[in-house]
Write a protein that binds this ligand. Sequence first.
Ligand code: APR
Length: 248
Amino acid sequence: MNPPRKDIPAQAIQKLADSKSLAVITGAGVSAESGVPTFRGKDGLWKNYQPHQLATPMAFHDDPGLVWEWYHWRRQTVLACLPNPAHNAIARMEERVKDFTLITQNVDRLHARAGSERVLELHGDLHRARCSECSAITDLEGQEGVVVCELCGGAMRPNVVWFGESLDIRILEEAYRACGRSDCLIVAGTSNVVQPAASLAYAALENNGYVLEVNLDPTPLTGSATDTVLGKAGEVLEELVKLAFGES
Ligand code: APR
């Protein structure tokens, strides 16, 4: 059992405990303690794979088999992982705050497996495919190789947002609204370098919202956030929720 952390700001505890409108933004660092690789850390996916060969429309056009092989591997990897205390702490926040929005860049669905329901998946999800021709969506359970649309025979692609592609504007607008009206925003486990997700926290700051960053390393948000706690999301968020809401 880890000793309780002493570096959680009293204001963070009070803002979460009193929050009437809470938003949480997460990145790959929140799933790291579940065993899911991050993208830019020392063992990050982009250290061993080239994004332009695997996560762009051109990559899919040039070699759909290679892209599907990588995404099937990522999906199997996350299916073998379990939610960690960070996911569970965020699910507890949702139970306690009526106006709650979780905005995740993660595509692993571990938040949903931890019980989170009001989740905006900015970058899509690994577990479904979308037809390049008719946009039909299908679950990938049990699928292998290049996936073909059952409706139109078109080539199906992973239901994720690739580099160079736009996010779903309705999801993005809802995320901005949630951050803009929040009295407390927690940004956890993200390097804050990928747009437009990296701009969302400023919608809260511009409206005098309290912004707590929780990350293993400093990011471009550090210094602008009201408070930053450098540490593991699983440890920090679990302790923060205990201090704000009491034992589970
Ligand atoms: N607890 C907290 N933070 C952690 C932990 C942990 N246990 N482990 C790693 N981190 C931090 C790292 O310090 C890093 O700053 O998590 C961050 C992960 O950053 P990235 O790997 O860049 O992941 P993310 O910010 O989610 O990337 C955004 O980039 O490649 C695209 O679409 C992909 O959604 C992804 C987007």
